[in-house]
Write a protein that binds this ligand. Structure first.
Ligand code: GLU
Length: 306
């Protein structure tokens, strides 16, 4: 595995076409597009990594996997009254479907859906409390107490968050938020600004590769059925309107973020995190996707066969 990752890191480092770093959140535009990291945590807990796998980056929408896990664990099937589970085929921040579907977002991984999920995990109107619980959950998953928020990214998002604010108020207008939209938005922006390295992220995602368990079968995070269902949602909805393309090229459940990270799951085998900040036109990491394509070709891990 180490030899495969070293080879991937070498190939990606030499790639001249790196995509465009996200610029609509000013703080993300400052990230060096030459960065690349990859980490693989196998089902037995062993880890291999290459490149900048120890450097923290903004996980952005990948955090939606963790908040959705919390919501599913706490609310069970009642979460489906708040959010759907179909691919959207629309950009991550689109508002059009929301009007047709009367404020019920199409799935938990587009922004509208993640805002509804953020509301669902809030137990009081205090964003700080909700964010504290989300962080605690992510630290538990990654077995790492050093994971935190990037305060500059959070501030930058809040200052340029008009589109997300529109989504939240629009959802609220249909009665699908239980807390005030500004408090829900604070929770949402803060969890998007969690900073993690590939090594931490791959470790945090391991419960999805091991049927809901962590620490080699000692702690259950969610049920086996729920883990399977989160993986299916990641496969169908984890890359916005590029989810079909990702399934076609990589063939693994995956969730991307505009910080250039991707968390991918090879069920029963491994949790994988990659990071390359340059994005394709849809907003998914260009070279991160290519790296996963190479990994799957070498390991035969596609869920669709060798
Ligand atoms: N916080 C980002 C936003 O809401 C997340 C986008 C993403 O990673 O897809 O715009």
């Amino acid at each position: 595995m180490q030899a495969i990752l070293d080879e991937i890191a070498k190939t990606i480092a030499a790639s001249p076409e790196r995509g465009q770093v996200a610029s609509y959140i000013p703080q993300l535009a400052r990230v060096d597009p030459a960065k690349f990291g990859i980490a693989v945590v196998l089902a037995d807990g062993s880890c291999c990594s290459a490149g900048d796998a120890g450097e923290a980056f903004s996980i952005q929408s990948i955090s939606k996997v963790f908040t959705f896990t919390m919501a599913l664990e706490r609310l069970g099937d009642a979460i489906w009254e708040r959010v759907g589970r179909e691919p959207s085929g629309d950009p991550f921040n689109s508002i059009v479907q929301l009007e047709h579907e009367r404020g019920k977002p199409r799935n938990p991984f587009i922004n509208a859906g993640a805002i509804a999920v953020a509301d669902a995990v809030m137990q009081t109107c205090q964003p700080h409390q909700a964010v504290g619980e989300i962080l605690q959950f992510v630290r538990l998953l990654a077995d790492d107490g050093n994971i935190g928020l990037d305060a500059k990214v959070a501030r930058s998002e809040k200052q340029s968050g008009d589109r997300n604010a529109s989504l939240a108020h629009f959802i609220a207008s249909f009665g699908n938020l239980q807390h005030p939209a500004p408090a829900v938005l604070d929770t949402y922006f803060d969890h998007c600004s969690i900073a993690m390295s590939c090594a931490q992220l791959a470790r945090a995602g391991r419960y999805l590769a091991t049927a809901g368990m962590i620490e080699s079968g000692a702690t259950r995070v969610i049920s086996e059925q729920q883990a399977r269902r989160i993986n299916s949602l990641m496969l169908m909805c984890g890359h916005y309107d590029g989810s079909g393309e990702f399934a076609y090229r990589v063939g693994l459940p995956g969730k991307s973020g505009v910080g250039g990270g991707i968390l991918a799951i090879a069920p029963s085998k491994a949790s994988i995190a990659v990071w390359s900040p340059g994005l394709d036109k849809i907003g998914n990491s260009k070279l991160g996707t290519q790296a996963l394509e190479m990994l799957v070709a070498r390991t035969g891990w596609s869920i669709f066969g060798h």
